[in-house]
Design a protein around this ligand. Structure first.
Ligand code: FES
Ligand SMILES: [Fe+2]
Length: 322
């Protein structure tokens, strides 16, 4: 994992009001809970008293109550009440505090701050310039038994299109890979496929290529967009579960017509179409070894792997950053 980043981990709708939800993310068993006021908390799913799973507990006012002996914890992880000590007790409860993670929400996504709390930034990675309220979106999830870095790389890989997707988005046998051109944007990179049918020509260098109208944008640490057109986009956030598992949340965004219900219908179908493509990827990507990618590796990379290499390079830099 890269430290000091906001990771998109779960859709907001997965944690309803007064709900307690257990999830594994970033190699940690976590419990997310939302109190009556809509405030969201995220703490390690293990009580500091005698180790029971807090996710079996329930909400008590603004706090999460452990199912075993009733200790209560607020969204910041502070222990606020130990029933056995009685209401009148004034004892310091801080030794019972449970590790809490900073969580924020935007665009219906829960982001978790992975790193040092004092380094928390205000910015949540999202495609604000590309996606606004004029779009309708529909979301679907899928599980890939591999490290999230492999899933992300796959979405930046333009060489695989005529092979993995020979009968869908990679139709036409465009096996020759020009570039690809890569542009760096704050927090990530942009690239686009510029493949051609091989008629004996030499592939163009990246500098001789352009970013096309259909392009890919990735923002660290784990959110990607396929800008299909001004009216249709796909985003995927890759929630890391552990070193060998990732949940993909795929959203199809549409504003193709003036009628929101029609756009909603297109988005609803669109997500299934994209899942079909994503499943073609999954079949192959989950076989890659090792499960996690690395900047320094034994792989034999090609010019067409440029976006993958840049992803690895930046990831490596961010991981080293203090
Ligand atoms: S284990 Fe949670 S209150 Fe005892
Ligand atoms: Fe693919």
């Amino acid at each position: 994992m890269i430290n000091n980043q906001w990771y998109a981990i779960l859709p907001s709708k997965a944690v309803k009001k007064e709900a307690v939800v257990s999830v594994k993310r970033l190699n940690q068993e976590l419990v997310l809970f939302r109190n009556r006021d809509g405030e969201l908390g995220c703490v390690v799913d293990q009580c500091t008293h005698r180790g029971a799973a807090l996710s079996r507990g329930k909400l008590q006012g603004e706090c999460l109550q452990c199912p075993f002996h009733g200790l209560e914890f607020n969204p910041q992880g502070h222990c606020t009440f130990v029933p056995a000590n009685g209401r009148a007790s004034t004892a310091d409860l801080s030794r019972f505090n449970v590790k809490a993670y900073g969580v924020r929400e935007s665009h219906g996504i829960i982001y978790l701050w992975y790193g040092e709390p004092e380094k928390q930034t205000g910015e949540l990675p999202f495609f604000d310039g590309d996606i606004d309220d004029s779009f309708v979106c529909s979301e679907i999830e899928d599980h890939w038994p591999t490290h999230y870095s492999r899933c992300i790389e796959n979405q930046l890989d333009v060489i695989h299109l005529p092979f993995v997707h020979h009968n869908t988005i990679g139709r036409g046998n465009k096996t020759l890979v020009n570039g690809p051109k890569i542009e760096f944007v704050p927090g990530g990179l942009v690239t686009s496929a510029n493949n051609e049918t091989d008629v004996g020509q030499t592939p163009k260098a990246a500098d001789d290529c352009v970013i096309k109208a259909t392009y890919l944008k990735f923002l660290f640490p784990n959110i990607w967009m396929n800008h299909i057109s001004e009216a249709t986009k796909v985003i995927i956030y890759f929630a890391p579960v552990d070193d060998e598992n990732t949940i993909l949340y795929l959203r199809f965004y549409c504003r193709s017509t003036r009628l929101r219900p029609v756009n909603a219908l297109i988005a609803w179908f669109g997500k299934f179409g994209n899942r079909l493509i994503e499943r073609q990827d999954r079949r192959v990507v989950i076989t890659q070894k090792p499960k996690a990618s690395a900047f320094i590796s034994k792989e034999n990379l090609l010019s067409g792997d440029g976006p993958v290499i840049q992803y690895r390079r930046i990831r490596d830099e961010l991981k080293r950053r203090k």
